[in-house]
Design a protein around this ligand. Structure first.
Ligand SMILES: [Zn+2]
Length: 402
């Protein structure tokens, strides 16, 4: 059993929701993702039988940032081809950091992906920066395309005592099993008075921004933080809160997504986690509400799926987090599904519910079924374009409301 990643207590937790999912071989964890809140501190977390080493290996192989074409400016590394929603989030974070740290600060971006934040900090005058990133493809773009000082590794790669003035963990802590171990390594590497800057999805507001049902209850996001719980957790690891800010990121074109960011100063004293019953309760209600809104949306998707496929064979284009759940819906017409394609090279070789995931280019003309459904609310336009370019005759449709 996984203890609460914030307060460390075992067994005192309440189930928010259990979601069956067709987790492919190679993606660590059970065939159901279970989301809990901690009865003692209100932290949200999943316990899917995953170990840190299994997760690390998974990220190295097929984390979403492995699909670099979607996220960064190709090998050139230019910001102009960065996904605009990613860029605006990174700009808000860069502005936040610039407001709290001098430009001469020694900055480490831990989990820096292709180095977009470091480029933006450079534009704001910062000149002593480095990054660590587990994915070699992202490191290559950061280093060769953008000329950044980025090395391949992960949190345990952080070396030296007191050698950084600012350590950034942007969209890292929601993925980490051992949060306290990570915060201790960062504490050691920070200089006295140094700043830890964190940004994570804001689970307190998930239910206000539902574009894809249960999107944040997935195989990768295993920790769920409200702003109050995030700060209590970080302060319990010997930091003092300097500033916090609610923000909006984009999870896709025109799909706003709530985030919370903050800066905490390295301190000597640890504050025990003390979240009030009211604040624990509102976080639990927010997560339960997100599950309810998601279920309602999924019921609509079930109905539209039936309508769109009728009695014919069909395929799905996109084998990501949504499709893993969709396939396990009771109403899903699994016996009519004949094809699963995904353009992302990192998903090739996956097997979901008895179907191999294949690249669109690997499908024979006569293998395309009459209907192909989009497996993502964000990708319908891209899928339609790709299908038109390839001369695919299947009708392309989306189970999501337009
Ligand atoms: Zn707890």
């Amino acid at each position: 059993m996984r203890p609460c990643p914030a307060c460390g207590i075992y067994g005192h937790r309440t189930l928010v929701v259990g979601i069956p999912l067709a987790r492919p071989k190679g993606v660590p964890g059970n065939q159901e993702t279970r989301v809990y809140t901690c009865d003692a501190c209100g932290m949200g977390f999943s316990d899917d039988g995953v170990t840190q080493s299994a997760l690390d290996e998974y990220y190295a192989q097929m984390g979403k940032y492995g699909d670099l074409g979607m996220y960064a400016g190709g090998d050139e590394g230019g910001l102009d081809t960065e996904a605009p929603w990613e860029l605006s989030r990174a700009q808000a974070l860069a502005d936040f950091i610039a407001a709290h740290a001098p430009t001469g600060a020694r900055v480490m971006d831990l989990g820096c992906s292709t180095g977009t934040l470091l480029v933006l900090l450079g534009e704001r005058g910062f000149n002593n920066m480095s990054g660590i990133e587990p994915l070699s493809g992202a490191v290559r773009i950061a280093r060769d395309g953008r000329g950044l000082d980025v090395s391949e590794g992960w949190i345990t790669t952080l070396e030296g005592d007191g050698v950084y003035d600012v350590i950034v963990m942007s969209h890292v802590l929601e993925h980490v099993i051992g949060i306290h171990e990570a915060l201790a390594l960062v504490h050691r590497a920070l200089a006295p008075g140094g700043l830890l800057v964190v940004e994570v999805p804001d689970s307190h507001r998930f239910d206000q921004y539902v574009h894809i049902p249960d999107q944040d209850f997935n195989t990768e996001h295993i920790n769920h933080f409200s702003p109050i719980i995030l700060s209590a957790l970080i302060e319990s690891a010997r930091y003092e809160c300097v500033a916090m800010q609610e923000g909006i990121a984009g999870a896709g074109p025109a799909h706003p997504y709530p985030v919370v960011r903050g800066a905490w100063r390295r301190a000597e004293r640890a504050h025990p986690i003390d979240v009030s019953p009211h604040d624990r309760g509102t976080h639990r209600s927010a997560l339960a509400s997100y599950a309810d809104v998601s279920e309602e949306m999924f019921a609509g998707i079930d109905a539209r799926t039936r309508e769109l496929v009728g009695a014919t064979d069909f395929g799905i284009w996109g084998a990501g987090q949504f499709t893993m759940k969709w396939l396990r819906r009771e109403a899903f017409p699994a016996d009519q599904l004949t094809l699963l394609v995904d353009s992302a090279a990192s998903r090739g070789g996956l097997r979901l519910l008895g179907h191999d995931v294949v690249a669109p280019s690997g499908v024979q003309d006569d293998e395309w079924p009459p209907v192909m459904l989009a497996g993502s609310a964000y990708a319908i336009a891209a899928i339609s374009d790709a299908a038109a370019r390839m001369g695919i005759t299947s009708r392309i449709a989306s189970p999501f409301e337009s």
